[in-house]
Design a protein around this ligand. Structure first.
Ligand SMILES: [Zn+2]
Length: 311
Protein backbone atom coordinates (compact mmCIF):
# COMPACT_ATOMS: atom_id res chain seq x y z
CA UNK A 1 0.00 0.00 0.00
CA UNK A 2 1.20 3.51 -0.80
CA UNK A 3 0.00 5.84 1.91
CA UNK A 4 -0.48 9.59 1.95
CA UNK A 5 2.31 11.44 3.73
CA UNK A 6 2.85 14.50 5.83
CA UNK A 7 5.74 15.93 7.84
CA UNK A 8 6.43 14.07 11.08
CA UNK A 9 7.08 17.26 13.11
CA UNK A 10 6.74 21.01 12.56
CA UNK A 11 9.52 22.27 10.27
CA UNK A 12 10.66 25.83 10.95
CA UNK A 13 12.71 28.05 8.64
CA UNK A 14 13.51 31.68 8.01
CA UNK A 15 15.18 33.67 5.28
CA UNK A 16 15.08 36.60 2.93
CA UNK A 17 12.31 36.90 0.32
CA UNK A 18 13.72 37.25 -3.18
CA UNK A 19 11.56 40.07 -4.49
CA UNK A 20 10.79 42.16 -1.39
CA UNK A 21 14.09 41.55 0.40
CA UNK A 22 12.10 41.15 3.67
CA UNK A 23 13.09 38.54 6.24
CA UNK A 24 10.24 36.02 6.48
CA UNK A 25 9.72 32.95 8.63
CA UNK A 26 7.68 29.87 7.84
CA UNK A 27 6.55 26.67 9.54
CA UNK A 28 5.46 23.48 7.77
CA UNK A 29 2.92 21.73 9.99
CA UNK A 30 1.48 18.22 9.59
CA UNK A 31 -1.73 18.24 7.52
CA UNK A 32 -4.72 15.92 7.90
CA UNK A 33 -5.47 13.24 5.28
CA UNK A 34 -6.95 14.47 1.99
CA UNK A 35 -6.30 18.11 2.97
CA UNK A 36 -3.52 18.74 0.40
CA UNK A 37 -0.98 21.54 0.75
CA UNK A 38 -2.43 24.74 2.24
CA UNK A 39 -0.54 28.00 2.81
CA UNK A 40 -1.59 30.23 5.70
CA UNK A 41 -0.64 33.93 5.82
CA UNK A 42 -0.19 34.28 9.58
CA UNK A 43 0.72 37.98 9.35
CA UNK A 44 -2.88 38.81 8.32
CA UNK A 45 -5.76 39.22 10.76
CA UNK A 46 -7.58 36.93 10.43
CA UNK A 47 -4.97 34.61 8.88
CA UNK A 48 -5.73 33.81 5.21
CA UNK A 49 -5.76 30.19 4.00
CA UNK A 50 -4.68 29.59 0.41
CA UNK A 51 -4.89 26.05 -1.00
CA UNK A 52 -1.96 25.20 -3.29
CA UNK A 53 -4.02 24.42 -6.39
CA UNK A 54 -3.87 25.39 -10.04
CA UNK A 55 -7.06 27.46 -9.82
CA UNK A 56 -5.45 29.71 -7.18
CA UNK A 57 -2.58 30.99 -9.38
CA UNK A 58 -2.72 34.78 -9.68
CA UNK A 59 0.68 35.65 -11.12
CA UNK A 60 3.53 33.88 -12.86
CA UNK A 61 5.77 36.92 -13.32
CA UNK A 62 9.27 35.83 -12.19
CA UNK A 63 7.76 33.28 -9.75
CA UNK A 64 4.48 31.49 -9.04
CA UNK A 65 2.01 33.35 -6.79
CA UNK A 66 -1.29 31.95 -5.46
CA UNK A 67 -4.18 33.47 -3.52
CA UNK A 68 -6.32 36.58 -3.81
CA UNK A 69 -5.42 40.30 -3.96
CA UNK A 70 -3.99 41.27 -0.56
CA UNK A 71 -4.05 37.64 0.52
CA UNK A 72 -1.47 35.97 -1.69
CA UNK A 73 1.80 34.12 -1.28
CA UNK A 74 4.52 34.24 -3.89
CA UNK A 75 7.66 32.29 -4.84
CA UNK A 76 6.07 29.02 -3.69
CA UNK A 77 7.51 26.82 -6.43
CA UNK A 78 10.75 25.65 -4.78
CA UNK A 79 8.96 24.71 -1.54
CA UNK A 80 6.21 22.97 -3.57
CA UNK A 81 8.89 21.03 -5.46
CA UNK A 82 10.49 19.96 -2.15
CA UNK A 83 7.14 18.75 -0.79
CA UNK A 84 6.34 16.92 -4.03
CA UNK A 85 9.86 15.49 -4.20
CA UNK A 86 9.58 13.97 -0.73
CA UNK A 87 6.11 12.58 -1.47
CA UNK A 88 4.31 14.90 0.96
CA UNK A 89 0.58 15.05 0.15
CA UNK A 90 -0.72 17.02 3.12
CA UNK A 91 0.82 19.98 4.96
CA UNK A 92 -0.10 23.39 6.36
CA UNK A 93 2.55 25.96 5.51
CA UNK A 94 2.38 29.02 7.75
CA UNK A 95 4.22 32.00 6.29
CA UNK A 96 4.71 35.40 7.91
CA UNK A 97 4.55 37.53 4.75
CA UNK A 98 3.49 37.67 1.09
CA UNK A 99 6.45 35.72 -0.23
CA UNK A 100 8.19 32.48 0.74
CA UNK A 101 11.87 32.95 1.58
CA UNK A 102 14.21 32.00 -1.25
CA UNK A 103 16.78 30.25 1.03
CA UNK A 104 19.59 29.00 -1.24
CA UNK A 105 17.58 29.44 -4.47
CA UNK A 106 16.90 25.71 -4.86
CA UNK A 107 14.77 23.09 -3.06
CA UNK A 108 17.78 21.76 -1.16
CA UNK A 109 17.37 23.75 2.08
CA UNK A 110 13.65 22.92 2.25
CA UNK A 111 14.50 19.22 1.84
CA UNK A 112 17.24 19.48 4.50
CA UNK A 113 14.99 21.30 6.98
CA UNK A 114 12.23 18.67 6.54
CA UNK A 115 14.69 15.81 7.02
CA UNK A 116 16.39 17.49 10.03
CA UNK A 117 12.97 17.92 11.69
CA UNK A 118 12.24 14.18 11.42
CA UNK A 119 11.27 13.67 7.78
CA UNK A 120 7.91 12.43 6.60
CA UNK A 121 5.37 10.04 8.02
CA UNK A 122 2.76 7.88 6.31
CA UNK A 123 -0.92 8.45 7.11
CA UNK A 124 -3.71 5.90 7.19
CA UNK A 125 -5.15 6.68 3.78
CA UNK A 126 -4.09 5.54 0.29
CA UNK A 127 -2.15 8.04 -1.77
CA UNK A 128 -4.02 9.55 -4.73
CA UNK A 129 -2.39 9.87 -8.14
CA UNK A 130 -3.40 12.02 -11.08
CA UNK A 131 -3.14 9.84 -14.19
CA UNK A 132 -2.93 11.82 -17.44
CA UNK A 133 -5.41 10.27 -19.90
CA UNK A 134 -5.22 12.65 -22.87
CA UNK A 135 -2.30 14.78 -24.11
CA UNK A 136 -2.57 18.48 -23.34
CA UNK A 137 -0.16 21.13 -24.58
CA UNK A 138 0.40 24.87 -24.59
CA UNK A 139 2.62 26.45 -27.22
CA UNK A 140 3.96 29.94 -27.79
CA UNK A 141 5.05 29.30 -31.34
CA UNK A 142 6.42 32.78 -32.02
CA UNK A 143 8.97 32.26 -29.25
CA UNK A 144 9.45 28.50 -29.80
CA UNK A 145 8.29 27.76 -26.24
CA UNK A 146 6.05 24.87 -25.34
CA UNK A 147 4.92 22.54 -22.57
CA UNK A 148 3.05 19.27 -22.81
CA UNK A 149 1.67 16.54 -20.56
CA UNK A 150 0.86 13.19 -22.13
CA UNK A 151 -0.11 9.71 -20.94
CA UNK A 152 2.82 7.54 -19.78
CA UNK A 153 3.34 4.58 -17.47
CA UNK A 154 5.19 6.67 -14.84
CA UNK A 155 6.12 10.29 -14.08
CA UNK A 156 8.79 11.37 -16.53
CA UNK A 157 10.13 14.82 -17.27
CA UNK A 158 12.07 16.12 -20.23
CA UNK A 159 13.26 19.69 -20.49
CA UNK A 160 15.26 21.66 -23.04
CA UNK A 161 16.58 25.19 -22.68
CA UNK A 162 18.30 27.14 -25.42
CA UNK A 163 19.23 30.68 -24.48
CA UNK A 164 21.26 32.91 -26.75
CA UNK A 165 24.23 32.74 -24.36
CA UNK A 166 27.44 30.65 -24.43
CA UNK A 167 26.83 29.13 -20.97
CA UNK A 168 23.14 28.42 -21.62
CA UNK A 169 22.89 27.23 -25.20
CA UNK A 170 21.11 23.91 -25.74
CA UNK A 171 20.89 21.89 -22.49
CA UNK A 172 18.51 18.96 -22.14
CA UNK A 173 17.61 16.84 -19.15
CA UNK A 174 15.44 13.72 -18.87
CA UNK A 175 14.38 11.95 -15.71
CA UNK A 176 12.02 9.36 -14.36
CA UNK A 177 10.76 10.74 -11.06
CA UNK A 178 11.51 9.13 -7.70
CA UNK A 179 12.24 10.83 -4.41
CA UNK A 180 15.87 9.71 -4.46
CA UNK A 181 16.35 10.95 -8.05
CA UNK A 182 14.76 14.26 -7.06
CA UNK A 183 17.01 14.74 -4.03
CA UNK A 184 20.19 13.71 -5.86
CA UNK A 185 19.70 15.17 -9.31
CA UNK A 186 17.31 18.11 -9.03
CA UNK A 187 16.86 19.53 -5.52
CA UNK A 188 20.22 21.37 -5.38
CA UNK A 189 19.85 23.17 -8.73
CA UNK A 190 19.57 26.90 -8.08
CA UNK A 191 17.57 29.55 -9.83
CA UNK A 192 19.56 31.78 -12.17
CA UNK A 193 19.51 35.22 -13.70
CA UNK A 194 21.60 37.38 -15.98
CA UNK A 195 23.86 39.88 -14.22
CA UNK A 196 22.67 42.81 -16.35
CA UNK A 197 19.01 41.99 -15.57
CA UNK A 198 19.77 41.56 -11.85
CA UNK A 199 21.57 44.93 -11.79
CA UNK A 200 18.64 46.61 -13.62
CA UNK A 201 16.11 45.01 -11.23
CA UNK A 202 18.08 46.16 -8.19
CA UNK A 203 18.09 49.73 -9.61
CA UNK A 204 14.32 49.49 -10.11
CA UNK A 205 13.82 48.24 -6.54
CA UNK A 206 13.00 44.68 -7.65
CA UNK A 207 14.57 41.34 -6.67
CA UNK A 208 15.88 43.14 -3.57
CA UNK A 209 16.81 39.88 -1.85
CA UNK A 210 18.53 38.44 -4.93
CA UNK A 211 22.28 37.78 -4.74
CA UNK A 212 24.86 35.07 -5.38
CA UNK A 213 23.69 33.65 -2.01
CA UNK A 214 20.45 32.46 -3.64
CA UNK A 215 20.92 32.47 -7.42
CA UNK A 216 23.48 31.72 -10.08
CA UNK A 217 24.23 35.15 -11.59
CA UNK A 218 25.45 34.94 -15.18
CA UNK A 219 27.57 37.56 -16.94
CA UNK A 220 28.59 37.55 -20.61
CA UNK A 221 31.19 34.78 -20.36
CA UNK A 222 31.24 33.67 -16.73
CA UNK A 223 29.20 33.39 -13.55
CA UNK A 224 29.60 35.68 -10.54
CA UNK A 225 29.28 32.89 -7.96
CA UNK A 226 32.78 32.16 -6.61
CA UNK A 227 31.82 28.57 -5.71
CA UNK A 228 30.88 27.72 -9.31
CA UNK A 229 28.03 25.47 -10.40
CA UNK A 230 26.54 22.60 -8.37
CA UNK A 231 25.91 20.52 -11.51
CA UNK A 232 27.49 21.17 -14.95
CA UNK A 233 23.94 21.55 -16.34
CA UNK A 234 22.48 23.22 -13.24
CA UNK A 235 20.34 25.62 -15.34
CA UNK A 236 18.20 23.02 -17.10
CA UNK A 237 17.94 21.01 -13.87
CA UNK A 238 16.50 24.08 -12.16
CA UNK A 239 13.88 24.34 -14.91
CA UNK A 240 12.92 20.72 -14.12
CA UNK A 241 12.70 21.69 -10.42
CA UNK A 242 10.41 24.62 -11.29
CA UNK A 243 8.25 22.33 -13.47
CA UNK A 244 7.85 19.84 -10.59
CA UNK A 245 6.88 22.71 -8.25
CA UNK A 246 4.35 24.03 -10.77
CA UNK A 247 2.90 20.56 -11.53
CA UNK A 248 2.48 20.08 -7.76
CA UNK A 249 -0.45 22.50 -8.14
CA UNK A 250 -2.34 19.67 -9.89
CA UNK A 251 -3.04 18.54 -6.30
CA UNK A 252 -1.81 14.95 -6.63
CA UNK A 253 1.37 13.28 -7.86
CA UNK A 254 1.33 12.88 -11.63
CA UNK A 255 1.57 9.75 -13.72
CA UNK A 256 2.38 11.07 -17.16
CA UNK A 257 5.16 12.55 -19.24
CA UNK A 258 5.97 16.27 -19.07
CA UNK A 259 7.93 17.87 -21.90
CA UNK A 260 9.07 21.48 -21.56
CA UNK A 261 10.93 23.49 -24.19
CA UNK A 262 12.22 26.99 -23.28
CA UNK A 263 9.18 27.38 -21.03
CA UNK A 264 8.58 28.80 -17.56
CA UNK A 265 6.02 29.36 -14.81
CA UNK A 266 3.49 31.07 -17.11
CA UNK A 267 3.21 28.17 -19.56
CA UNK A 268 3.30 25.61 -16.73
CA UNK A 269 0.38 27.37 -15.00
CA UNK A 270 -1.58 27.44 -18.28
CA UNK A 271 -0.85 23.73 -18.77
CA UNK A 272 -2.10 22.86 -15.27
CA UNK A 273 -5.27 24.94 -15.80
CA UNK A 274 -5.92 23.40 -19.23
CA UNK A 275 -5.45 19.84 -18.00
CA UNK A 276 -7.81 20.40 -15.05
CA UNK A 277 -10.39 22.21 -17.23
CA UNK A 278 -11.64 18.99 -18.84
CA UNK A 279 -12.33 15.91 -16.70
CA UNK A 280 -11.60 13.65 -19.70
CA UNK A 281 -7.92 14.71 -19.58
CA UNK A 282 -7.14 12.94 -16.32
CA UNK A 283 -8.28 10.56 -13.65
CA UNK A 284 -7.54 10.67 -9.91
CA UNK A 285 -6.95 7.13 -8.68
CA UNK A 286 -5.84 5.20 -5.59
CA UNK A 287 -4.22 1.79 -5.67
CA UNK A 288 -4.28 -0.80 -2.89
CA UNK A 289 -1.00 -2.29 -4.15
CA UNK A 290 1.73 -1.58 -6.69
CA UNK A 291 0.65 -4.76 -8.47
CA UNK A 292 -2.82 -3.33 -9.00
CA UNK A 293 -1.20 -0.32 -10.74
CA UNK A 294 0.96 -2.66 -12.80
CA UNK A 295 -2.12 -4.46 -14.15
CA UNK A 296 -3.01 -1.08 -15.70
CA UNK A 297 0.55 -0.68 -17.05
CA UNK A 298 1.29 2.06 -14.52
CA UNK A 299 4.48 2.20 -12.48
CA UNK A 300 4.03 4.12 -9.21
CA UNK A 301 7.03 6.15 -8.07
CA UNK A 302 9.17 4.81 -5.25
CA UNK A 303 9.20 6.90 -2.08
CA UNK A 304 12.14 5.54 -0.14
CA UNK A 305 13.04 8.57 1.94
CA UNK A 306 11.48 8.57 5.40
CA UNK A 307 9.44 5.55 4.34
CA UNK A 308 7.77 4.81 7.66
CA UNK A 309 4.60 2.81 8.18
CA UNK A 310 1.56 4.66 9.56
CA UNK A 311 1.85 5.60 13.24
ZN1 LIG B 1 12.85 28.45 -9.74
Amino acid sequence: MLYQRTVRNPVRGRGVALHSGEHTSFTILPGSVDSGIVFIRTDLDPPAEIPARGDQVTSTRLATTIGRPGQSVGTIEHMMAALYGLGIDNARVEVGGPEMPILDGSAHRFVELIREAGGTIAQRRPKKFLVVRRPVSIADEANKRSVRLEPASCFQLSYTIDFNHPLLSMQSFEMTFSDTAFVREIARARTFGFGKDVDAMHKAGLAKGGSVENAVVIDDFSIRNPEGLRYPDEFVRHKVLDAIGDLALLGAPVIGRYVGVRAGHALNAELVAKLLSDARNFEVVEFETRREAQTQNLELPAFRIGGLAPA
